[in-house]
Design a binder for this molecule. Structure first.
Ligand code: FPP
Length: 251
C-alpha cells in the first residue's frame, strides 16, 4: 500500500506550514556553494505544492525569506532574490495547471523591486485559481507581524476609530497578515532543527509540530505524506482532556 493511500482524506490538515531548512548544509556536503542548495530546493517546493494541492489541502505556507535573512552575505541574498524572480516566472505553468493561487505574507513591498514586481505579477495571474492557496512568507517574521498589527491597532485607537475595550483575540487576528487564512494545523520543519525561528508565532499556538532530519532539497512527496500520516495519528486536545475531545471528534 502506498503511503498516500493510508491518508484519511476526511482528516487532512486544512493548512500546512513549512520551515524549509537545510539548503546550505545540503550544498556544503556536496562541496558546492550555498546557492546550489537553494536552487535544488525549488524541486522540493514544486513537489510539496503539487502534492498538497492534489490531496486537497487548502493552504500551504512556505517560509521562503525571513526578516533576519537580510543579515546573510549580500551575494547569497542577491542569489535568493534572483532565484525567486526566476522561479516565480518559470513556475507559472505549474501554478496554473494545478489551479494554485499564489499569495504572500510579510513586508513584501520592501523586497528588491524586481522581486516585488514579479511577485505581484504572478499573484495577479493566479488570482482566480481556487484549488489551493500557496502562501510565500517573504521578508516575514512573526514578531514583525505582531508588532505591525499592534501599530495598526494603535493608529485606529488614536484616530478614534477603535475603542481599546473592544480589542480581543478575534479582533487582533484581523490585523495580522493571515487575517483570512485559518491557523496551520500542521507545522513542518526540515533539517533536524527543533525551532520555530520566528515563523507564524501567533498562528502556531495549537499547531502540531513535525520535525524531520531530511534537508529541504531532499524533501519529496513521500515525506509530506509521512508528515500528514503522523499528524493524523495525533490527538489534538486544544487544552481539553482526552475524554472531552473524543465525542467532539466522533460527531
Ligand atoms: C533555509 O535553508 C532556506 C532558505 C532561507 C531559503 C528557502 C528558499 C528556497 C527553497 C528557494 C526557492 C523558494 C521558492 C519559494 C521559490 P538554509 O540556507 O538556512 O540552510 P542551512 O541551515 O543548512 O544553512
Amino acid at each position: 500500500m502506498d503511503l498516500k493511500d493510508k491518508i484519511d482524506p476526511q482528516r487532512l490538515p486544512r493548512h500546512i506550514a513549512i520551515i524549509m531548512d537545510g539548503n546550505g548544509r545540503w550544498a556544503k556536503s556536496r562541496g558546492e556553494m550555498r546557492v546550489f542548495g537553494h536552487q535544488n530546493g525549488v524541486e522540493s517546493v514544486r513537489q510539496a505544492a503539487t502534492t498538497a494541492a492534489e490531496l486537497g489541502v487548502g493552504f500551504l505556507t512556505l517560509y521562503a525569506f525571513s526578516t533576519e535573512n537580510w543579515k546573510r552575505p549580500k551575494c547569497e541574498v542577491d542569489a535568493l532574490m534572483n532565484l525567486l524572480v526566476l522561479t516565480l516566472n518559470s513556475e507559472l505553468g505549474t501554478l496554473m495547471e494545478n489551479n494554485i493561487r499564489l499569495r504572500a505574507i510579510g513586508n513584501v513591498d520592501q523586497l528588491q523591486p524586481e522581486c516585488y514586481s514579479q511577485l505581484l505579477d504572478t499573484m495577479e495571474k493566479t488570482r482566480h485559481n481556487s484549488r489551493m492557496d500557496l502562501i510565500l512568507a517573504l521578508n516575514y517574521s512573526g514578531r514583525w507581524e505582531i508588532a505591525n498589527a499592534a501599530q495598526k491597532l494603535a493608529e485606529e485607537v488614536k484616530n478614534g476609530k477603535l475603542d481599546p475595550e473592544n480589542i480581543d483575540q478575534d479582533l487582533f487576528n484581523n490585523y495580522l497578515e493571515t487575517k483570512d487564512i485559518p491557523d496551520p494545523e500542521l507545522l513542518i520543519r526540515t533539517s533536524g532543527e527543533y525551532r520555530i525561528s520566528n515563523f507564524l508565532l501567533w498562528q502556531a499556538a495549537y499547531s502540531e509540530l513535525y520535525f524531520t532530519p531530511k534537508l529541504w532539497p531532499d524533501f519529496r512527496r513521500d515525506d509530506l505524506y509521512e508528515a500528514i500520516l503522523d499528524f493524523q495519528n495525533r490527538e489534538r486536545r486544544f487544552g481539553m482532556t482526552s475524554e472531552q475531545i473524543k465525542p467532539l471528534i466522533n460527531k
